[in-house]
Design a protein around this ligand. Structure first.
Ligand code: ADP
Ligand code: ADP
Length: 236
């Protein structure tokens, strides 16, 4: 089933003579359970696409369908709900709170949802177990390696059981060995939990862990450079 559809999406920043069109009519679909990489040169529109996907920003024209729902028709509150209930984010810089433990970082989205302490502890430990870090639950980020910190960030993104994980250069701050570990984890979460993942990456080796590459050039999808990867079909 189609989870996401971009239909002629444009995005303009600024106004008047300062106006700049970052997306010029982007079309693509992502099926439930897919693991897709967004690639392309700096400035080609990948972050803009991720921001629209995550309901952090709104498109200028065209439509973004989430499970068939036209997202641009939703009001601010409905978009915030979509983001909260369906979308998990992981960033290049981990974005962990330094002065709290791994578990408290993972719990944070549940605090915002008003869950009680017991339920928060149970869910955050389960999320840490999924990324292999239950033994590190009470350590602070500074006591963890970069790869472990990114795994905490992934646990935090998954603790609310989102429909899709949006990862913006998740291995951008990691050495190649740690990067491979993170990609193996993401690939495993994709296969075993049927988690849909969209990942921005500049690294072709990392994109090979996904099943498909959507290649952006100058605010458009370049069909000639978009392709299935070697991983596609490997699990079937
Ligand atoms: P990428 O992620 O592929 O590097 P971006 O989506 O960040 O590309 O940017 C696409 C283009 O839009 C770039 O030229 C960038 O400078 C511009 N842009 C992105 N965000 C803004 C913004 N908030 N205001 C103005 N221009 C922006
Ligand atoms: P990256 O391409 O690595 O994601 P950037 O440095 O291009 O990061 O952009 C970082 C943030 O700044 C993004 O949220 C982007 O939308 C915003 N941005 C990028 N270009 C501009 C711009 N020309 N004016 C305002 N904001 C911008």
């Amino acid at each position: 089933d189609t989870l996401i559809r971009f239909d002629g999406v444009t995005k303009s920043y600024g106004s008047g003579s300062a106006q700049f069109q970052a997306l010029k009519g982007v079309d693509f679909e992502v099926a439930e359970g897919e693991f897709v990489s967004l690639m392309g040169p700096s400035g080609s529109g990948k972050s803009t696409v991720m921001n629209i996907l995550g309901c952090l920003d709104v498109l200028t024209s065209g439509e973004y369908f989430f499970r068939g729902v036209p997202v641009s028709q939703l009001d601010r509150n409905q978009r915030a709900l979509l983001r909260r209930n369906h979308i998990g984010f992981v960033f290049q810089g981990f974005n962990l709170l330094a002065r709290t433990s791994a578990m408290e970082n993972v719990e944070l989205p549940l605090v915002y949802r008003g869950l009680g302490r017991r339920e928060r502890n149970r869910l955050s430990m389960a999320a840490l177990a999924k990324v292999g870090l239950e033994k590190w639950a009470h350590h602070h980020p500074s006591e963890l390696s970069g790869g472990q910190q990114q795994r905490v960030a992934i646990a935090r993104a998954l603790v609310t059981t989102p429909s899709i994980l949006l990862a913006d250069e998740p291995t951008g701050n990691l050495d190649s060995e740690r990067s491979e570990e993170i990609m193996q984890l993401m690939s495993q979460l994709n296969r075993e939990q049927n988690l849909t993942i969209l990942m921005v990456t500049h690294e072709p080796e990392m994109a090979e862990y996904s099943q498909r590459i959507i290649h952006f050039v100058d605010g458009l999808v370049d069909p000639a450079r978009s392709r299935q990867t070697g991983s596609a079909g490997a699990q079937y």
